[in-house]
Design a protein around this ligand. Structure first.
Ligand SMILES: NC(=O)c1ccc[n+]([C@@H]2O[C@H](COP(=O)([O-])OP(=O)(O)OC[C@H]3O[C@@H](n4cnc5c(N)ncnc54)[C@H](O)[C@@H]3O)[C@@H](O)[C@H]2O)c1
Length: 449
């Protein structure tokens, strides 16, 4: 062990030991009822809350007591050797046939972890603040920065941490806490959650529909493997978890006008498949482990000050930018392609509302939310009321068109209205006026500077 390294001893000395980096972790002794000659106590289901304190032990996993111990023995001081000698028999053998000493569980992260069935690790209990401590993953996309702004107004700047794998622009970096986080890096995620005492996790990282089809292996990794990390972290640390889903979670065999919350879901994109997976896994973790999982199926989101991230509904944002910049727009969907859409303010407000909703109001884990539904032709006509000179040409992208043709035309969000009072504020005319005002003001400011 190098000078300056720390040794943190968890629980009592008669337990088992292992060394991870410069941290010594000692497992507690088996409860007395589990020792030799006694009848094994039935194993309890793991308690996610109590695991918080031992989470950093868990990656020892299957190699615990083997490679792990070899490394430890080579490196550790004599006192650790003693601990290791004490620990080794407990770890490696089933003590007098008492197999139930360690529960083999497949949860949290990418390898099986061993958690003592009756572990009572001493915990450092932090005093709870009045406000949630929020982490937003994938926060530099179209939606994250706006959501952080809204949440910071409500809960305080330092209680909301944005994270992403990209470098933030100055405006974002200086507006509140930002941290690097790759959702494929489980240990890094866990460190962030622990060190910042996160209580709400908003999981925005994803590859969207069109981008996902262009790189299926990456979409599968980010949208599915990444989600597994997020679910495990949230369950392990008792977090409230929000994961957005999408109109893309439905497919050609779903009812399309309107699409209810519960119906057949057979999407044809990796994006859609990954989102159905997220909905089902979140619901499963809720019923299996008590995870506070909340999910909204967003329509296509339209925003002025953030760029869309490669979805099929991106045209409905781009038309405004091109209308103001060039007066001409080339649309990659057919003029009569009807899709559900929503202004970003409604989307972010819905997210905060469902996050804040008392648990007893939520009869479901995943809700549709709806605002408006229009075609490129109808949107063009509305924009032309303000800018009659706008010229729109249609050059269909077959990939996006096929995706759009399999998606809902309209969403039924009656359950969200009934359960937690959801109501949208922006319809098509207000959306168009707001977008044009915003972008015109921005263009004037740029010209002036
Ligand atoms: N924008 C929409 O219209 C819309 C509609 C329905 C659902 N959603 C969902 O809302 C969420 C946010 O959407 P958005 O439009 O902001 O997406 P976006 O594509 O604009 O942003 C996604 C972010 O994820 C980040 N990311 C990618 N790989 C990562 C990794 N390995 N680790 C951490 N971050 C990573 C990207 O850098 C990017 O900033 C997504 O889950 C999306 O599926 C969005």
């Amino acid at each position: 062990m190098t000078a300056g390294s720390t040794v943190s001893v968890v629980s009592n000395i008669s337990g088992s030991a292992a060394c991870r980096g410069n941290v010594l972790c000692v497992r507690p002794s088996p409860p007395s009822s589990m020792t030799c000659g006694t009848t094994p106590t039935p194993l309890k289901a793991p308690d996610w809350q109590s695991l918080e304190d031992v989470s950093y032990i868990n990656h020892a996993d299957a190699s615990f007591g083997q490679d792990y111990m070899r490394t430890s023995e080579a490196l550790m001081m004599p006192v650790l050797r003693t601990l290791t000698r004490t620990a080794k028999p407990i770890l490696q053998s089933s003590v007098c046939g008492c197999q139930a000493l360690v529960t083999q569980t497949r949860f949290i992260g990418f390898s099986p972890r061993q958690v003592p069935s009756d572990a009572s690790f001493h915990s450092v209990s932090f005093s709870e603040t009045d406000h949630p401590r929020v982490l937003i993953t994938g926060g530099l996309g179209q939606l994250g920065v706006g959501l952080a702004k809204l949440l910071r107004k409500q809960y305080g700047k330092n209680n909301v941490i944005l994270s992403d794998i990209r470098k933030p622009p100055d405006t974002v970096f200086y507006s509140g806490p930002f941290i690097y986080s790759d959702i494929l890096d489980y240990k890094n995620l866990r460190e962030i959650v622990v060190n910042n005492r996160i209580s709400w996790l908003i999981h925005y990282s994803a590859l969207l529909s069109a981008v996902g089809e262009a790189n299926v292996p990456l979409a599968r990794a980010v949208n599915i493997t990444g989600l597994h990390n997020i679910l495990d972290i949230a369950a392990e640390h008792g977090l409230r978890l929000f994961v957005p889903s999408t109109i893309g979670a439905f497919g050609p065999s779903s009812p399309r006008n309107p699409t209810p919350d519960l119906c057949i879901q057979r999407p044809r994109t990796i994006y859609g498949v990954s989102k159905v997976h997220a909905e089902l896994m979140g619901e499963y973790y809720h019923y299996r482990y008590g995870l506070d999982f909340r999910c909204l199926r967003y329509p296509g989101i339209i925003s002025a000050d953030s760029q869309p991230g490669g979805g099929t509904t991106d045209y409905a944002v781009q038309i405004f930018h091109d209308a103001i910049k060039t007066g001409r727009f080339e649309c990659n969907l057919k003029p009569d392609t009807r899709l559900p859409m929503m202004y970003i303010e409604d989307c972010l407000r819905a997210t905060v509302e469902v996050l804040e909703a008392p648990a007893e109001l939520l009869s479901m884990r995943t809700y549709n939310i709806n605002a408006m539904s229009f075609t490129p032709e109808e949107l063009t006509q509305e924009v032309q009321k303000h800018m009659p000179e706008l010229e729109v040409v249609y050059k269909t992208d077959p990939v996006r068109q096929a995706i759009a043709d399999s998606w809902p035309m309209n969403f039924d969000d009656s359950n969200a209205s009934k359960d937690w009072g959801w109501k949208h504020e922006y319809d098509l005319p207000e959306l168009v006026t707001t977008m044009l005002n915003h972008l015109n003001a921005e263009a004037v400011a740029v010209q002036a500077s």
